[in-house]
Design a protein around this ligand. Structure first.
Ligand SMILES: *Cc1c(COP(=O)(O)O)cnc(C)c1O
Length: 430
């Protein structure tokens, strides 16, 4: 056991709220980070397969982003500019238009929100309600969309929901792709419910979905299902909101998680890896005809983080100006799948989940998954779980992880699994 784990009288124990979470299982005092590695105060190194929950898709302290940010600060560049015009905002928007929106034929406008994903989701839901004059929003089982009241209403997880302390209204829950197994087509189910005058679902303002459920267990919807949900939204006058906060920015192998699916989301929410550097920044993409908020109708003091604009522009230009990075991601996703197949084979009914560089293994129970992650941490790998019972061991390595480091991290994960599989049952039997 690392020495820190035995400490009970740290400043964190004394003063930090019980609401803290990740640090409980990974109590090291981290002081440095570089690329795909985290280093603690005692000089111990961990390979990072959590990557700030996919906020660090380009790794820690990317040298080009770091240099640009240091230059910006050293030159007295704007640090906070409300939503005033700044060179940093213009440069980010230009890079995003040129390398992301135009090549994908997207006519969306960019709306900066407060810097958290939840705030982007709040804004998206409000826009859909304003556009349609309807209140109901359809969200799916195991969806995670943030924990502020509006976004929490769309989030499925009961632990998070009960934290609201109030009724969470305005959302109808529907089964996600595959929820009832192969036998039931949940897009057909939704179609039937919406079509029936007595189906009991109020006409929806929007349908919101993740293409791969980040917190909800890495279930990946099929392209066909997503396309049919898009068609249903359009047929019923609802907006399609794709929450790409975790699955976007390359995580699924392309910049957006829904590319090559022939869908046109009315709104796309983005946050997490958008700044590229781990700085808070969120925004939504909205089709021009739905860009209906008046000035500051959805406001926020920190709409657009100027430092994040600086690093986000570098991220876009460095990784997305041509398709070389994207091609690397395909190769890494295959490598990941191969290693996860070995892990899945170790546990009874182990199942590979997700796609791209957002994959993991359902190991059957949260206790088993926690044992694997705990062993991995002891061996120098930071990794977390996902799912309605935290039963999925989830790999979110930085997309830039060098192949050698990736192999090393996966090797640690497999070693950890070898030691941990079956251990909960053995302990229970003792
Ligand atoms: C993390 C996440 C959010 C919430 O983002 P915060 O920055 O934590 O508020 C919303 N949707 C998805 C899909 C997420 O993964």
């Amino acid at each position: 056991m690392p020495k820190d784990m035995t400490k009970t009288d740290t400043i964190f124990d004394r003063r930090e709220s019980e609401a803290r979470s990740y640090c409980r299982n990974m109590p090291a005092m981290f002081v440095k980070a570089c690329g795909s590695e985290l280093i603690d105060a005692e000089g111990r190194t961990w390979i990072d397969f959590l990557a700030g929950c996919s906020s660090l898709n380009y790794g820690h302290n990317d040298p080009d982003m770091k240099a640009a940010l240091i230059d910006h600060i050293a030159g007295d560049g704007i640090a906070h500019g409300l939503d005033l015009h700044t060179d940093a905002k213009a440069d980010f928007l230009s890079a995003f238009e040129r390398h992301i929106l135009e090549p994908r034929d997207m006519d969306h406008r960019v709306m900066f929100t407060g810097p958290t994903g939840a705030n982007a989701v709040e804004a998206a839901m409000k826009i859909a309600r304003k556009v349609t004059g309807r209140t109901n929003i359809i969200a799916f089982t195991n969806g995670f969309h943030g924990v502020t009241a509006g976004a929490l209403a769309a989030t499925g997880n009961s632990y998070h929901r009960q934290g609201a302390g109030m009724a969470l209204n305005g959302v109808t829950r529907m089964p996600y792709d595959g929820y009832f197994g192969d036998g039931t087509d949940t897009a057909d189910f939704l179609a039937a419910m919406l079509q029936d005058n007595s189906g009991g679902i109020d006409a929806p303002a929007a349908i919101i979905l993740e293409t791969v459920q980040g917190e909800g267990g890495l279930t990946a919807a099929s392209a066909d299902w997503i396309k049919r949900i898009d068609d249903l939204a359009k047929a019923h006058g609802a907006l399609l909101i794709i929450d790409d906060i975790q699955a976007g920015c390359g995580r699924c192998g392309t910049f957006f998680s829904f590319e090559d699916m022939d869908v046109t989301p009315d709104i796309v929410t983005m946050a997490k890896s958008l700044s590229g550097f781990g700085l808070p920044m969120a925004m939504l993409l909205v089709r021009p005809q739905h860009d209906v908020f008046g000035p500051a109708e959805h406001n926020g003091t920190f709409r657009g983080n100027t430092h994040a604009f600086v690093t986000a522009k570098v991220a876009i230009e460095k990784f997305w100006a041509d398709d070389s990075f994207q091609r690397e991601l395909g190769a890494k996703a295959d490598l990941l799948r191969d290693a996860l197949a070995d892990l899945a084979a170790m546990v009874p009914n182990g199942e590979i989940k997700g796609r791209g560089l957002m994959q993991g293994v359902d190991v059957g129970s949260g206790v088993q998954a926690a044992y694997i992650c705990e062993r991995a941490y002891e061996k120098g790998l930071v990794i977390e779980t996902s799912g309605n019972n935290d039963q999925v061991v989830k790999v979110l390595a930085p997309l830039t992880t060098p192949v050698e480091t990736f192999h090393k991290g996966l090797g640690i994960l497999l070693d950890a699994a070898r030691e941990a599989v079956g251990r909960p049952e053995k302990i229970a039997a003792e």
